[in-house]
Design a protein around this ligand. Structure first.
Ligand code: ADP
Ligand code: MG
Length: 249
């Protein structure tokens, strides 16, 4: 399969400090890849850089998406191309309902108006997949939501926005077993109905069990230290990162 994302020798800095030191990464269209690494390895930095966050400065290398060099492109344009990043800590927005937020996001992504009726129909279907009570649609975004409900709201974005390339940054952290199952179900539905590509940052054994993982990348101190198939993720969960620390160069 052709690569939807190709990162070549990427170096990234924030506030004069280099955080990524020459990352190479290729993700085939329609595949599910897992990115793992110890705290502070640079996983979120890489995710934000792919999304085009102005917080991070690319000092060398390239990001190619769908055959085009997007290294210098704004986050806004990247979102229009179908690149999506879920946040590790979802924001609460009083005064805007979950439904309104998702409709706005869909309109921003396509640059077109989304009819309220169409939106409501799609939203109801997606909420059913995630086992969310329909009343959540009219509640203020994430305000008073439990951790699990916030994560479900994120997965809803996947099902409504249908991005071509989704980066999920520890979407599963702090979830109970049932919520992890629901999140996995939402991800499966996204894969099936959208045929989307995923880069999942996680250390959650349950999520990894439920997903069918095509490739695993291990980030150590701002470099990819090891790559392999789905089994590598399982190995890291069992034996830790120690043996990969020091292999990077
Ligand atoms: P991970 O997601 O793998 O835990 P991060 O990408 O969040 O790691 O962080 C990698 C390193 O970069 C950490 O040492 C972190 O403190 C540092 N870092 C992240 N963002 C910034 C920033 N905006 N400015 C300065 N340092 C940062
Ligand atoms: Mg992180």
């Amino acid at each position: 399969m052709s690569d939807i994302l190709k990162i070549e020798n990427l170096t990234v800095a924030a506030e004069e400090t280099e955080l990524l030191h020459g990352v190479d990464l290729a993700v085939g269209e329609g595949e599910t890849h897992v990115l793992m690494g110890q705290n502070g390895a640079g996983k979120s930095t890489l995710g934000s850089t792919i999304m085009g966050s102005p917080e991070y400065k690319v000092t060398g290398g390239k990001i190619i998406f769908d055959g085009e060099d997007i290294t210098e492109e704004s986050a806004d344009k990247r979102a229009k191309r179908g690149i999506f990043l879920s946040f590790q800590n979802p924001v609460e927005i009083p005064g805007i309902t979950l439904s309104e937020f998702l409709r706005n996001a869909a309109e921003q992504q396509t640059g077109k108006r989304v009819k309220l009726w169409d939106h409501k129909k799609k939203l109801a279907a997606a909420m059913e997949v995630l086992g969310m009570d329909s009343s959540y649609a009219d509640r203020d975004l994430n305000v008073g939501f439990s951790g699990g409900e916030k994560k479900k709201a994120e997965i809803l974005q996947l099902l409504i926005l249908k991005p071509r390339f989704a980066i999920l940054d520890e979407t599963d952290s702090g979830l109970d077993v049932d919520a992890v199952k629901t999140v996995s179900k939402g991800i499966e539905e996204y894969r099936k109905s959208v045929g989307g590509t995923l880069l999942v940052i996680t250390h959650n054994a349950k999520i990894l069990e439920e997903l069918s993982v095509d490739a695993t990348h291990i980030l150590v101190n701002g470099r990819i230290a090891k790559e392999g198939d789905g089994k590598l993720a399982a190995d890291v969960l069992e034996n830790g990162f120690e043996k990969y620390v020091g292999e990077e160069n």
